[in-house]
Design a protein around this ligand. Structure first.
Ligand SMILES: Nc1ncnc2c1ncn2[C@@H]1O[C@H](COP(=O)(O)OP(=O)(O)OP(=O)(O)O)[C@@H](O)[C@H]1O
Ligand SMILES: [Mg+2]
Length: 314
C-alpha cells in the first residue's frame, strides 16, 4: 500500500486497502473494517480519478435478479428545461453534497434524502441522472417494487444488501416508484405483513448515514402519507411544463428548424409532460427525414401533433 502511494497508483492503493479491510473482516475486527471502508469510500483517491473497484450488485435470492442497476449518466442539469425555483432546488442539492465534508466538520447534519415528485414524463429520472452526473457519481437505480421479494422475509435482506452496497462507495441511490410503498401501506388484506415491510424500508432510509445520496421518486404524492414524506430532507416538485418551457424545449430539440410552424401547438403541449414535447419534436424530424427533407415543414408538425394527441400521456 505504501509502495502504491509512493507511485501515486490509485487503483493499486485501493486494492491494497481493500485487501487489508478483508483481512480485518476475516479476523472479525468488524468495527475497524467498517471504519476503514468508510474512510476509503469518502476519499476521492490519491491524485487520479479512478473509481474504486465496484463490488458486485446484490441480487434477490428468490428471483436471482439484481436489486438495482448501475449506470453512468450522460446529462447535466443544464440539459433539462426547468422552472427557476426547481432548478435552484436541484442545484442546491448538488452544491450541498459537494460540501458535505464542510457540513460534517461544522457538526451540521447532512441532508442526504431527497424526494422528487411529479407526473410521469416530467423529468424525475432525468433529474436524478443529472444530479449523479454533476456529482461524478454512478447512479444506482432500484425500483421499490423490485425490492419486495415474493417471500416477504427476503425483503428485509434485500433492503439490507442494497443499503450495504451503497455504503461501499459514493453513489446516488435512486429509489424509483416510491409511491408503491404508500399503496402497500394502505393494503389491509394481509394482517399487517406488508405494513411491516414498508416500515423496514423506512427504517433503512432513516438509519442510512453512508457516503451516498438517496433520491426517491413518486408520481402520486397523494398516496404518500406524512410518515413517508417526513423521511425526506427536501421535496422537489417537477410539474408539467409552462408554454415558455415547451417553447424552450422545442427550440433546443429542433435547433430552430421548423419553429415558425409550432406556435399554435404550444398551448396544447403545455398541458402534457415534457416527454410529449420531446416525442413531438422527434416525430416531426423523423417525418421530414423519411421524406428526404432536412427542412421541417408545416405538414411534419401537423403529423407530429396528431401522433402526440393520439396517445395517452398519463
Ligand atoms: N425538464 C425536462 N427537460 C428536458 N427534457 C425532459 C424534462 N423532463 C422530461 N424530459 C424528457 O422526457 C422524457 C421522460 O423523462 P423522465 O423519464 O425523466 O420522466 P419521469 O418523471 O422519470 O417519468 P416516469 O414517472 O414515467 O418515470 C426523457 O426522455 C427526458 O429527456
Ligand atoms: Mg422515471
Amino acid at each position: 500500500m505504501i509502495a502504491a502511494y509512493g507511485e501515486r497508483d490509485d487503483l493499486k492503493f485501493r486494492r491494497a486497502a481493500q485487501a487489508i479491510i478483508q483481512e480485518e473482516e476475516a479476523k472479525r475486527h468488524t468495527v475497524l473494517a467498517r471504519e476503514l471502508r468508510t474512510v476509503l469510500a469518502a476519499n476521492g483517491g490519491i491524485g487520479s480519478n479512478d473509481a474504486p473497484p465496484m463490488p458486485d450488485l446484490p441480487t434477490d435470492r428468490d428471483s436471482s435478479l439484481p436489486l438495482a442497476r448501475v449506470s453512468q449518466a450522460d446529462r447535466y442539469l443544464g440539459d433539462l428545461v426547468l422552472a427557476e425555483d426547481t432548478r435552484d432546488a436541484l442545484e442546491r442539492v448538488v452544491n450541498e453534497v459537494r460540501h458535505w465534508p464542510t457540513l460534517d466538520r461544522a457538526g451540521l447534519p447532512r441532508r442526504n434524502r431527497i424526494l422528487l415528485s411529479g407526473p410521469p414524463g416530467c423529468g424525475k429520472t432525468s433529474a436524478a441522472a443529472a444530479i449523479a452526473h454533476e456529482l461524478s457519481r454512478p447512479l444506482v437505480t432500484a425500483r421499490v417494487e423490485g425490492l419486495i421479494s415474493s417471500y416477504l422475509g427476503e425483503t428485509a435482506a434485500n433492503l439490507a444488501n442494497l443499503f450495504a452496497f451503497v455504503s461501499t462507495g459514493a453513489y446516488v441511490l435512486f429509489l424509483d416508484e416510491f409511491d408503491s410503498l404508500g399503496k402497500m401501506r394502505e393494503d389491509t388484506s394481509d394482517h399487517g405483513e406488508l405494513r411491516r415491510v414498508v416500515n423496514a424500508v423506512l427504517q433503512q432510509i432513516d438509519a442510512y448515514s453512508g457516503p451516498s445520496l438517496i433520491i426517491a421518486a413518486t408520481n402520486h404524492s397523494h398516496v404518500l402519507d406524512s410518515a413517508l414524506w417526513r423521511r425526506f430532507d427536501s421535496v422537489v416538485e417537477l410539474g408539467l411544463p409552462t408554454e415558455g418551457q415547451v417553447t424552450e424545449l422545442l427550440t433546443r430539440r429542433l435547433l430552430g428548424n421548423g419553429l415558425e410552424h409550432v406556435a399554435s401547438f404550444v398551448p396544447h403541449l403545455a398541458g402534457l409532460p415534457h416527454a410529449a414535447t420531446e416525442f413531438f419534436a422527434d416525430s416531426a424530424k423523423r417525418h421530414a427525414l423519411l421524406e428526404d427533407r432536412t427542412q421541417i415543414k408545416a405538414a411534419d408538425i401537423e403529423f407530429a401533433a396528431n401522433e402526440v394527441t393520439s396517445r395517452p400521456w398519463s
